[in-house]
Design a protein around this ligand. Structure first.
Ligand code: SAH
Length: 370
């Protein structure tokens, strides 16, 4: 796997800042590194002059060599259900989408604000049901670009995000170094940005990366995009399954549980007549019972705007009745199964619908705050 370079400045973790400062402050590199770390990530400084407890000479030296980047949000679309989709412009003029999903959950005191972030511009995988696939992979996002999606949305909204899911554009495990570095910063208990229980990474299933990820000590939630209980169907839906067949991926998920102690999640889009039979439910239950887990049944979000013909165009969401029946079968076999709500379908912000704006009229645009 390609090694991603250490960020020049913004996006470094504590240890990497220490390395940067070692030449200038051999005695107190760690102290200075911690200060910079706090300013950038906890206090969200946007210029070096804000780093007021650093010596002015260091502020100037840093400002001369580095800059604190930002992401330019060029469009926000708002769904009738309150979901917001942000279109961010990157420095090389590529763009990505990030989605904020507010939910009121019964039994929870305050509403959740879940942010769904992207890890790549486009995606190299060719999942048949996903609109992002049509973009192909343009490049990996940097650690800074991953972090800034969170920072910019919180700044524009004036409210903290409560949950973070890596379910936007791209395959997180194929941008491993930047994913891990961003997670280390975000879940750092000292900056209290977000607890590891409130962060989920979703993957199509790269066994080697999953095992490495388990050993990073991050212990965030891991979700596998399963979608089919047999190799035959999974390969048809997700060509990556040819390279990493089900057994290998499930073994890696078992290891994730054994190493981290965290129950895993299986995501399962229910397609009409394809993977929704009682025998599919039975096979899925066998998979789900391997280690403590839960199954998220996801309604299929049509993507005819990117796939007007072919196999993808023939995919249909299972009916509400079929979803209910499937969930009951899973629960009857002792599996924890829930339906994942679809948010933001009217603005193409739901799972698998991120394919960048501009291909057709956008419903209801709202102004971007400065
Ligand atoms: N590459 C990662 C993360 C991005 S996809 C992964 O594969 O998990 C995030 C989730 O949305 C995955 O579970 C994915 O399978 C699901 N998804 C993709 N297209 C979808 C669609 N059209 N309808 C519903 N869910 C979809």
């Amino acid at each position: 796997m390609r090694k991603e370079p250490i960020p020049e400045f913004f996006g470094r973790d504590r240890k990497e800042f220490e390395e940067l400062l070692l030449a200038e402050f051999p005695e107190q590199a760690r102290f200075r590194a911690n200060q910079i770390y706090e300013w950038l990530y906890a206090k969200r400084a946007r210029s070096f002059s804000e780093l007021t407890n650093l010596p002015k000479s260091l502020q100037d030296a840093l400002a001369q060599k580095f800059s604190i980047p930002s992401l330019r949000c060029s469009q926000i679309s708002e769904s009738a259900d309150g979901t917001k989709k942000f279109l961010f412009q990157l420095e090389d003029d590529r763009s990505i989408e990030t989605v904020l999903i507010p939910t009121e959950l019964r039994g929870e005191r305050s509403p959740r604000r879940t942010l769904c972030v992207s890890t790549q511009v486009g995606c190299p995988l060719d999942c048949q049901f996903c609109a992002t696939a049509t973009l192909r992979l343009k490049r990996n996002l940097t650690t800074a670009e991953i972090l800034l999606q969170l920072f910019e949305v919180e700044r524009m909204q004036g409210q903290p995000v409560t949950n973070l899911v890596f379910m936007g554009m791209g395959e997180p495990m194929l941008n491993y170094d930047n994913l891990v570095r961003a997670l280390r910063i975000i879940t750092d208990p000292e900056t209290e940005m977000l607890g590891k229980r409130r962060v989920t990474v979703s993957t199509s299933g790269i066994p080697g990366a999953i095992r490495n990820f388990a050993r990073e000590g991050l212990n965030v939630k891991l979700a596998l995009s399963l979608h089919a209980p047999t190799n035959e169907l999974r390969t048809k839906l997700m060509p990556i399954n040819k390279k990493y067949p089900l057994e290998e991926v499930l073994d890696a998920m078992t290891d994730y549980y054994r190493i981290t102690g965290r129950p895993v999640t299986y995501e399962y889009i229910l397609f009409d007549g394809l993977n929704d039979s009682p025998s599919d439910a039975a096979r899925l239950a066998t998979i789900a019972r391997r280690v403590p887990s839960r199954v998220n049944v996801i309604p299929f979000h049509p993507i005819d705007f990117t796939h007007p013909t072919g196999f993808a165009a023939e995919l249909r969401p299972a009916s509400t009745i079929a979803v209910g029946r499937f969930i009951s079968l899973l629960r009857g076999s002792g599996v924890t199964a829930v339906i994942r709500a679809s948010s933001g379908k009217d603005i193409e912000a739901a799972c698998g619908q991120l394919a960048l704006a501009g291909r057709k009229e956008r419903p209801m645009e709202i102004a971007v705050p400065a």
